[in-house]
Design a protein around this ligand. Structure first.
Ligand code: SF4
Length: 194
């Protein structure tokens, strides 16, 4: 009998730290999927992808990267026609892709590192991921990893992983109290790297 395949959507490396260690402790070896078209700007999109790769190397896990950078959906306010909020759109785009990928590539189940963050709309993510799983005939494994958020961040610090100061989209960068500091850390041509 073949071992069951588990796909973990990695929204970023620090958030994936605790979920990965928890899954490994349960005897589950997840493949990591980086699919985050919400991340802005391009430099940050690449940087977070590189950090997920680094976590994959540390934990000897396979990583899949999807080069889908879709700032236009956010700039064009696509959510105003189809969704209740930009975050609903953001979760739906990502969970739909992850569930479809899982189905297409023979995974039995999937989950997402978004479930570790106390800053995300946890119940909303759970509901959206569950619906995507049903559409694609794969299992969504729900975990409430939030009590371990700080632990995961500490692990990321120990591993020398970059820990970002905003959620990811252009609006969350605008809203971040760390905006000036974040932008100062971007390369000087970051505007053209969009
Ligand atoms: S705030 Fe975060 S979850 Fe909401 S749309 Fe922006 S990147 Fe996505």
């Amino acid at each position: 009998m073949s071992a069951s395949k588990f796909l973990l959507h990695a929204c970023c490396a620090p958030c994936a730290e605790y979920p990965v260690s928890d899954l490994l402790s349960l005897g589950i070896q997840p493949d990591l999927l980086y699919f985050n078209p919400n991340i802005h700007p391009r430099f940050e999109f690449e940087r977070r992808r590189e950090q997920v790769a680094k976590l994959g190397e540390i934990q000897s896990l396979s990583c899949i990267y999807v080069d889908d950078f879709r700032m236009e959906d956010w700039l064009n306010h696509v959510w105003e026609n189809q969704y209740r909020s930009r975050c609903e759109m953001c979760y739906d785009i990502r969970m739909e892709y992850v569930a479809a990928y899982a189905e297409e590539h023979g995974y039995d189940s999937f989950s997402t590192s978004l479930l570790v963050s106390p800053y995300q709309q946890h119940d909303f993510i759970r509901e959206i991921a569950q619906r995507a799983a049903e559409r694609h005939n794969v299992e969504f494994r729900y975990f409430d990893w939030r009590p371990h958020f700080r632990e995961g961040q500490a692990m990321a610090r120990e591993h020398g992983l970059y820990r970002q100061k905003y959620c990811g989209c252009i609006y969350s960068l605008e809203e971040s109290e760390w905006k000036e500091k974040v932008i100062a850390d971007f390369p000087s041509d970051w505007e053209v790297l969009r």
